[in-house]
Design a binder for this molecule. Sequence first.
Ligand SMILES: [Zn+2]
Length: 417
Amino acid sequence: MKTLGKYSIGMGDRFGHQGSAQLKAIIDAELKGIDITPVWNKSNREHSIIGTVPGDVRIEADNVTRKAGFSKPYFVDADHINLDTVSKFIESSDFFTIDVASYIGKAAGMAEIEEFLTSVAKYTGKISIPGTSLKLSTPKSLVKKVAEKYLFAAIKAWEIYRKIEKIKGNGNFITEVSMDEVAHPQTPVELFFILKMLASENIPLQTIAPKFSGRFNKGVDYAGDVEKFEAEFEADLLVIDYAIHEFGLPGNLKMSIHSGSDKFAIYPVIGSLIRKYDKGIHLKTAGTTWLEEVIGLAESGGEGLAFAKEIYIKSLDKIDELTAPYSDVIDINVSSLPSGTIVAKWNSDEFAESLRHDPANGRYNSNMRQLVHVAYKLAANKKDEFYRLLDANEKIISRCVYENIYNRHICRLFDLD
Ligand SMILES: [Zn+2]
């Protein structure tokens, strides 16, 4: 049975050039005593925008791990797949993020809902989680609403899971279910009953990605009430533990944080809670490596800087088209974006410092960062030139990628210096 380690990081590498630099961050964490399983994730959306296929991610992961002599487990994640997109990922992936967001809110049959309500009769009214002070109020009307909202999605998750299992075989892949790309967060009570639904469908769930309160915008810090997040995250941890015990879900089931890159404000909270309860975590990051490629090109000067500027200036023209697929996960204040005329005059430091996620630097601009985060399509349109520049400036770019994952992410989450 393939089992995901306690700590794991999902690393997106949209253009497939930074796997070695990402892996070095994992290896250096191991030297400091933190064992993290690397997972390379790429969604169908990213593949179609860039023009790659799922097998490319497998080749990259196999190559970089072999080159580094990395002998621990690593995975290739078919990120955010559903019934329509899963097929082409099955052969090359061994981690599947089954995205049920589009099925949430569609009603299951009356008989299925009734059957579910009967199966959770003992949890209806209120739940006290043993050994903790956590009490959840679960009136029947609420449980029924949860069933009406989520049961159909759980049944769809089962269908997708079976489709994968039929080809790969039981136990040969990691299963995650994600529900983060929706408008409203799931409460701990909803999470509890969702886990019951997934367990009833016999899905060997190892990670679950709920949507949390607050904004998890791509590539920038958490925006929301950190104390509220802390209470919610702690309740979710206890709920997962209880659900493992009650419903027979895999003992290593853990939370997966999507859009998990750059959430510096909540890393200390997540880190201290998982240590307090001795729990694992999967932190999914994606486009942050692409941003480091742009920063590295800007730092390189010359043609690299010119290319970085061109991407940004074009992204201003195409802002509506580029941001449309990401409207739930970005928040750009257009009036705070520097104009093309200004950016055209910038030197390497001005560009790199505006884009790099260092809030202590006065030049840092989170609006510009979010726009460039979703502008990778523009580099995909000029792939030959982009790849030539990535190769020519590999040293500077790898350092940017490494420092981003290791210093800004791993060290903060795991409290390393
Ligand atoms: Zn997600």
